[in-house]
Ligand binder design. Structure first.
Ligand code: GMT
Length: 376
């Protein structure tokens, strides 16, 4: 099948999922065309089955805001016509589903039918999409997609709660390539470069937006390090990084905390981590938690959104109410202080991740695409 994928090309979860999906589809024989404003960060392999088409928005003095949707839909029309694309899969409703709908309409004028699948990822529904500025357009584009998927049951419920949706929403959860991490090319995590042998390594990875509650991450760690030797790895970039850095200074734990910025070495970092913290305000799925779990890293998270579907309380880690810093710290300590317990939780974290193996989930998308083609 020839599939066009539209996504954000950045480090965010939706872009990562879209890219990994495209790569997996190409390995299964499909021809995948990524259409976005920059080459997606994880799109390292270019093969005959993978193409990238950059959307350019030329500057013009009259434009106060660049009309990205216009440029995207025009680009899509050209790509569909030039490469015989059979199906469009847009990730993140804003503005991709809206641009996708315009693409469909323009092509219909030329008797070209293009089924569109929209995957909702989270903040396009729970934060941004819900804003009155966007809500009518988001509702419209969800209802005019041929098929709609959400990455968790919780996000499906939120979508039905916040929007007047007339379309059926199918849940296709995010996924991870379990085998890839079991056959890592590096066997030595080089843990000794980061911490002493008797120190525990605690990690947080995010885009450092408010919704991630990075100050809670620091405060949880502050409690943990009172009880044991530990280090905190803060991975990612975003508006709250400075807030976290200031808090680290105020708490006088600068020698215990490392801000690593955006990294392409997530696998290495998770390889030497003992525990992962994700105390988010909301999280439709929590791909970062799943990535930690597949590296056998137990997760302490909030019990919000789709997180309870991924992180199994008392098995792969522990869940607490949003903002329950002391509860999260106590659970973290209970896992870390007992080597046998830590080992058990590590094994169980991997076991819980296996449910989301790429080989279980990608066929669900292929099945959906087949149905979309038949319906077109
Ligand atoms: O919040 C982020 O990390 C970015 C955002 C995105 O769209 O890139 O992530 C959302 O989509 C991810 C992939 O489906 C989910 O794993 C994240 O939970 C979700 N973020 C939120 O709901 C806050």
């Amino acid at each position: 099948m020839k599939i066009a994928i539209v996504c954000y090309p950045t480090f965010g979860g939706s872009g990562v999922v879209a890219t990994e999906l495209g790569l997996a589809l190409s390995r299964r024989g499909h021809e995948v065309h990524f259409v976005t404003y920059k080459q997606p960060v994880r799109l390292e392999t270019i093969s005959s089955h993978i193409r990238f088409h950059e959307v350019n928005v030329p500057e013009y003095p009259l434009f106060h805001y660049q009309p990205y949707e216009l440029a995207l839909s025009s680009k899509l029309v050209n790509v569909v016509k030039n490469y015989g694309i059979e199906l469009l899969h847009v990730h993140y409703a804003i503005p991709h589903a809206y641009a996708g709908y315009m693409t469909k309409k323009m092509l219909a004028e030329e008797q070209i039918s293009l089924p569109m699948v929209t995957t909702l990822h989270g903040t396009d529904i729970t934060l941004v999409g819900n804003h009155p500025f966007y809500k009518p357009a988001v509702t419209f584009s969800i209802n005019h997609s041929d098929f709609v998927t959400s990455v968790s049951e919780s996000l499906k419920e939120d979508t039905l709660k916040f929007f007047e949706v007339t379309k059926n929403i199918e849940v296709i959860p995010n996924f991870i390539d379990v085998a890839k991490f079991q056959h890592q090319s590096f066997t030595d995590c080089q843990r000794e470069l980061m911490a002493d042998e008797d120190e525990k390594i605690i990690t947080h990875i995010s885009n450092f937006r408010k919704v991630k509650r990075v100050d809670d991450v620091v405060n949880i760690f502050f409690e943990i390090q009172k009880k044991m030797k530990a280090r905190l790895m803060m991975v990612g970039e975003g508006p709250q990084r400075e807030v976290a850095e200031n808090l680290v200074r105020e708490l006088n734990i600068r020698d215990r905390v490392l801000f690593l910025g955006q990294s392409n070495e997530i696998d290495k970092i998770l390889c030497f981590s003992d525990l992962f913290l994700l105390p988010s305000e909301t999280e439709s799925f929590g791909l970062a938690a799943l990535e930690a779990m597949v590296h056998s890293v137990p997760v302490i998270s909030s019990n919000t959104g789709g997180l309870p579907e991924v992180n199994i309380d008392g098995f792969s880690g522990f869940l607490h109410e949003v903002g329950d810093v002391q509860g999260m710290a106590n659970s973290a300590i209970s896992i870390l202080e007992d080597p046998k317990r830590l080992e058990k939780f590590k094994k169980q974290a991997l076991q819980a991740a296996e449910k989301y193996d790429i080989n279980q989930i990608v066929p669900m998308y292929e099945d959906l695409y087949q149905r979309a083609l038949v319906n077109a």
